[in-house]
Design a protein. Structure first.
Length: 105
């Protein structure tokens, strides 16, 4: 990679996304949302009541502020879905990296 290419990369935005994904509960939420949209109450159940509704909402807010989620209010419920097509490939690559990192050199 040439120096010119390195300067064009927005490292702050990349770090924001990585920080948003750097929590096990948020990774679980993202994995669940890869298949279909879910409401907050369904996500709370998914997290096996480890977190109260306020904590789940905070995790969703972090993911939304990083540009990874879109919310849609329908009546009393708010549904979330992923808005980044590349997120699935990123997580698949991350699984591969983690697997390789565990292998002895």
């Amino acid at each position: 990679m040439e120096l010119y290419d390195i300067k064009r990369i927005n490292y702050d935005e990349q770090a924001k996304v990585m920080k948003a994904l750097a929590h096990p509960s948020r990774l679980l939420i993202v994995h669940a949302l890869m298949d279909h949209e879910l409401c907050v109450c369904e996500l709370r159940e998914l997290l096996q009541h480890k977190h109260n509704l306020s904590t789940v909402s905070r995790h969703l807010s972090v993911l939304k502020n990083a540009g990874l989620l879109v919310e849609e209010k329908r009546g009393l419920y708010v549904y979330y879905h992923l808005c980044c097509d590349g997120l699935r490939e990123f997580l698949i690559s991350m699984d591969r990296i983690v697997g390789e990192a565990k292998e002895p050199v």
